[in-house]
Design a protein around this ligand. Structure first.
Ligand code: WTA
Length: 655
């Protein structure tokens, strides 16, 4: 935290204005038009959103009520309106641009596809008809566990088309994690593939699905399997059906199911402070509106753009800026199956050149990893098609920002640093790139209609520049989460209770500088940010203690050059502390174990064994000390409240 503050103070002196060329050619060339948006939003919050909802969405039945706050904090938006999200992403473009490319796909092995809006529409309809024939009806949950291939988008859109609620589980999560999510969502169908190509290997998705289903998941009636890698898999007759059989002989049209604006579009599980991930529940109308407006405001999306968001559909970024936002705006997007370093660190840049990408959106962790591998890779390619760059998932350090700006953006592309969350549905704090000057490391200002402030412990707004506090949102906004699936109480507890329902609590600390720019300082809860992915320390701890040899475990984050944070685990085994030799073997065992319990991203980078954990007399683990030790810093703070001070030497690896 201290380091961050010092760094940020230094950064404040550097600002980067958008070029005149960018601004003149943007959707908002005139500063007055942006000012007007902000003014409208601040003088008439609901009127502002109502006007956008009326102009940007095709409603089957128009809404008459914009915001219903009678059940706050269970807010509802446009709740007597009816629409279909898939209709808004596909059908409404058919007449004017049916032949336009919707998806350019590139597989890791180099195979490509160009899918027009009409073809995508037909594939979505066929698959939707297939789901219907399997008995899927509006409101049913369908879990996806798929590679980054067009069929993932087809399946999501097909669910939306018939009112089924999808829940995508990232393909890097383990069978155990998949089972937990399937069971929590009480899903009827799971859609997977034989495998996907990732990092030069085949990810065996069907095998993991089989394992998940063998450990429970009684709610599942069928699994649908897309053939991607063509390796041998087991098919359980009656239960498992090939994708091709699901769509066989199905009509290529399918009347959309009109749903209420508040009808859940999807659930997406994310980590919180407890061991159990929460199913974040999003709506149809409000969510769609957030996706569309931010595509326009932050990405400045225009007809000729080739938009590339590198996020996997297993994360919120892959929902809003792969599966829904670009299609709702009728744009062309690039989708990539593989890893950024296959076959080498030039892959992203080669693809930018080959597909003439104009807008590129990725995570700081990817930028840092590629930066480390040198300028020679990007320099081999013509990146002149790029006009706008973006980042998401964690604060970007100035060094990586400058590299992105000079080497990738060639000093002509604005960089949009976008702060948002699974819960917010769409960008919240981010620049309007034609007008807002960037400062490396700051996500700049709140977007129009987003009333974000920083408050102190008592909930009072902090107006002193550079003083940190809780980042909160004062007014509800359309794309906000609606609930936690099956746990309305936890929703209230987690996001609203701290400030008596007055504010949405983001879970991040932040400060505003003297220009009113936001600087995110980190999480206030026990959530780690590893390579831009959220992971609860409790989740990793629960996985560790579930191992038969582990008595106790504490997990903290430690700063990491590329990943942002790495996972540092302190483990107390049942029985004696292992010898140095044994420790290596047990470390491997536990890493593999956590990988199986949660997924590879959750494997601890470091495990240190001790006879005990540092605890206060009341038994509370002093995580602050564990963080200091993980960083390799000397302990300078008072440790006299520790019950077992002598344990510190062991934890530091000095004994
Ligand atoms: C962090 C990802 C700084 C933050 C869209 C937030 C960021 C969490 C930024 C949400 C950013 C996201 N600058 N920190 N631009 N974007 N974060 O739900 O801590 O996977 O609360 O959503 O990532 O992660 P999530």
């Amino acid at each position: 935290m201290e380091n961050n503050t010092i760094q940020s103070v230094l950064q404040e002196h550097r600002t980067f204005k958008p070029s005149a060329e960018f601004s003149q050619n943007s959707r908002f060339p005139d500063p007055a038009s942006i000012e007007a948006l902000y003014k409208h939003a601040s003088t008439d919050h609901t009127g502002f959103w109502a006007e956008l909802a009326n102009t940007q969405i095709n409603w089957h039945k128009p809404f008459t009520k914009t915001l219903d706050d009678t059940q706050a904090p269970y807010y509802e938006w446009f709740n007597d309106g009816e629409l279909n999200v898939s209709y808004n992403c596909l059908d409404r473009h058919l007449e004017t641009q049916g032949d336009k490319t919707a998806i350019i796909f590139e597989g890791e092995q180099g195979d490509t596809q160009h899918i027009s809006y009409r073809t995508l529409y037909e594939r979505v309809c066929q698959f939707a008809n297939g789901l219907k024939d399997l008995g899927v009806v509006s409101g049913d949950r369908v879990v996806l566990y798929m590679p980054m291939i067009p069929e993932a988008v087809v399946a999501m859109q097909a669910c939306a088309r018939i009112g089924a609620i999808h829940s995508v589980v990232f393909g890097g999560f383990s069978a155990e994690s998949l089972r937990d999510r399937i069971e929590d969502a009480d899903a009827k169908i799971v859609i997977t593939a034989d495998g996907g190509h990732r990092g030069g290997k085949v990810v065996p998705l069907k095998e993991a699905t089989d394992k998940a289903l063998s450990m429970g998941c009684d709610c599942i009636e069928h699994s649908i399997v897309f053939t991607r890698t063509k390796h041998d898999i087991n098919m359980q007759s009656g239960r498992d059906i090939l994708w091709d059989d699901v769509i066989k002989d199905k009509a290529t049209t399918c009347e959309p199911t009109w749903v209420n604006s508040e009808h859940p579009l999807f659930l997406l599980y994310t980590s919180g402070s407890t061991g159990k991930p929460k199913g974040i529940q999003h709506s149809s109308g409000g969510y769609l509106l957030g996706a569309i407006t931010t595509m326009q405001w932050v990405f400045d999306i225009q007809d000729k753009d080739i938009f590339w968001c590198t996020a996997d559909v297993g994360w919120i970024t892959g929902h809003t800026y792969v599966a829904y936002g670009p299609l709702a705006c009728g744009s062309t997007m690039l989708m990539f199956e593989g890893a950024p370093t296959v076959p080498d660190a030039g892959r992203f840049w080669k693809m930018c050149e080959a597909h003439k990408v104009t807008i590129f959106y990725t995570a700081p962790t990817a930028i840092r990893a590629l930066m480390k591998l040198g300028d020679d890779f990007p320099k081999k390619y013509d990146l002149s098609s790029l006009r706008l760059l973006g980042t998401v998932g964690e604060p970007i350090n100035p060094e990586a920002w400058m590299w992105y700006h000079t080497v990738i953006g060639q000093e002509k592309c604005p960089i949009v640093d976008t702060w948002w969350q699974t819960e917010t549905g769409a960008h919240m704090l981010a620049p309007m790139p034609s007008q807002t000057s960037a400062k490396p490391g700051s996500c700049t200002r709140a977007l129009p209609g987003i009333d974000a402030i920083v408050v102190d412990e008592a909930g009072n707004e902090i107006t002193t520049a550079d003083q940190g506090g809780y980042l909160v949102v004062r007014k509800p906004w359309p794309s906000m989460l609606r609930n936690i699936w099956g746990d309305a109480e936890r929703y209230n507890e987690t996001y609203w209770a701290k400030f008596d329902g007055k504010y949405y609590l983001a879970g991040d600390s932040a400060r505003k500088d003297s220009d009113g720019y936001f600087w995110i300082m980190g999480r206030i809860d026990d959530v780690l940010n590893v390579s831009g992915h959220r992971l609860g320390t409790m989740e990793v701890e629960s996985a560790l203690v579930a191992h038969e040899r582990v008595a106790e475990a504490a997990v903290v984050g430690s700063p990491h050059d590329i990943k942002g944070e790495s996972i540092f685990a302190y483990v107390v085994l049942k029985g004696d502390r292992p010898s140095a030799e044994d420790a290596d073997a047990i470390t491997q065992t536990l890493r593999t174990w956590v990988g199986e319990q949660i997924g590879a991203i959750a494997k601890p980078d470091n495990i240190r064994f001790a006879d005990n954990l540092p605890k206060t007399r009341s038994g509370k683990i002093m995580r602050r000390l564990l963080r200091t030790i993980a960083k390799g810093d000397e302990i300078t703070s008072d440790t006299s409240t520790l019950e077992n001070e002598s344990i510190l030497l062991q934890l530091q690896g000095k004994e």
